[in-house]
Design a protein around this ligand. Structure first.
Ligand code: ADP
Length: 164
């Protein structure tokens, strides 16, 4: 069986992420969840250690899943640690346009393939951005994030609302 590297900002992890992780954990011998040391998209709502703790808690029931930090390109981390494939999720054509370019470049640079899992219909609308918006508007996150981390995520994000 192969090993896989699933990089993401997970800011915060959602039920869509967890469902994908659970599916991948049955297919791969070992699944590494990679947190990049820099989030280039926006200032993170949860710092690196908080996101690691959230992922550790949400994946506690999966013994072959491990959370790691990486610097630079995810594909270089995979190559340097002899991990077989990259894993990414696809929700829509926007994801596809971006991921296609990344997967083709990563393969050209290193020979490492990217495996895509399509999102389950019930999570296709779900993103970390949406979760942040919902909680900052004071709405609860039941169903949007894993039960085991719902309270911590809601507490932090809803307090950001009050300090705005
Ligand atoms: P990034 O900023 O690297 O895209 P994210 O944490 O937003 O980090 O997403 C990490 C991965 O999880 C991406 O491959 C993304 O497509 C996938 N993903 C995010 N949300 C979902 C979802 N609801 N269903 C399936 N895959 C998802």
């Amino acid at each position: 069986m192969k090993t896989a590297f699933f990089p993401g900002n997970f800011d915060p992890p959602t039920s869509g992420h967890l469902e994908l992780i659970e599916r991948a954990a049955t297919l791969f011998e070992r699944l590494y969840l990679g947190l990049p040391d820099k989030n280039e998209k926006w200032p993170s709502s949860f710092d690196l250690m908080e996101r690691k703790a959230l992922l550790d808690t949400a994946t506690k029931h999966l013994s072959n899943v491990e959370v790691v930090f990486f610097k630079g390109l995810s594909v270089d981390y995979a190559k340097n640690h002899s991990i077989d494939v990259l894993l990414r999720g696809l929700r829509n054509s926007q994801d596809f346009d971006y991921e296609y370019q990344m997967a083709a470049s990563n393969r050209q640079m290193t020979g490492i393939e990217t495996v895509f899992f399509v999102s389950s219909p019930k999570y296709i609308h779900l993103s970390s951005t949406l979760v942040r918006q919902i909680a900052r508007s004071g709405h609860r996150l039941h169903g949007f994030v894993p039960d085991s981390i719902e309270e911590v995520i809601f507490k932090k994000l809803s307090s950001q609302l009050q300090s705005l």
